[in-house]
Design a binder for this molecule. Structure first.
Ligand code: ZN
Length: 134
């Protein structure tokens, strides 16, 4: 049994998941007023436009909030840290934290995106920034 189900992207979400397959976080930017929207939606809530363009996010953000999820977890799998990430571009997304003990997770801590292959499905995940790369 796979640990994750492949994303079933809607028409609006296709932009985001196409980026994830390429190792990029693509955020929908309104072609009319430049508002960023995530999750993507059919119509810009600010100006009513239905035209969207991709904007690549830096991948840098902070933890807004998080939980420790015990379900569904296989017998040899640790519980997952599910987090709400504030990207520096100003939108939020739900993801998982990697490379952290649960006692080390703090709200507002800096994280960066990484792309993990989970049972053949590429998923955006977040971890503390690689200090050596800064
Ligand atoms: Zn707009």
């Amino acid at each position: 049994m796979p640990r994750v189900l492949a994303p079933q992207a809607t028409y609006d979400e296709e932009l985001f998941w196409r980026g994830v397959k390429l190792g990029k976080l693509l955020i929908a930017r309104c072609a009319s007023c430049s508002r960023l929207q995530h999750p993507p939606s059919p119509m810009c809530p600010q100006c009513g436009s239905v035209e969207w363009e991709p904007q690549e996010a830096s991948g840098r953000g902070t933890v807004h909030s998080w939980i420790l999820s015990h379900h569904p977890t296989g017998p040899d799998e640790a519980p997952r840290i599910v987090a709400l990430i504030d990207l520096e571009e100003g939108v939020r997304l739900v993801s998982n934290l990697q490379g952290l003990a649960v006692d080390d997770v703090k709200n507002d801590m800096a994280v960066e995106a990484v792309f993990a292959d989970v049972d053949g499905v590429t998923l955006p995940q977040f971890r503390p920034p690689d200090e050596a790369a800064i």
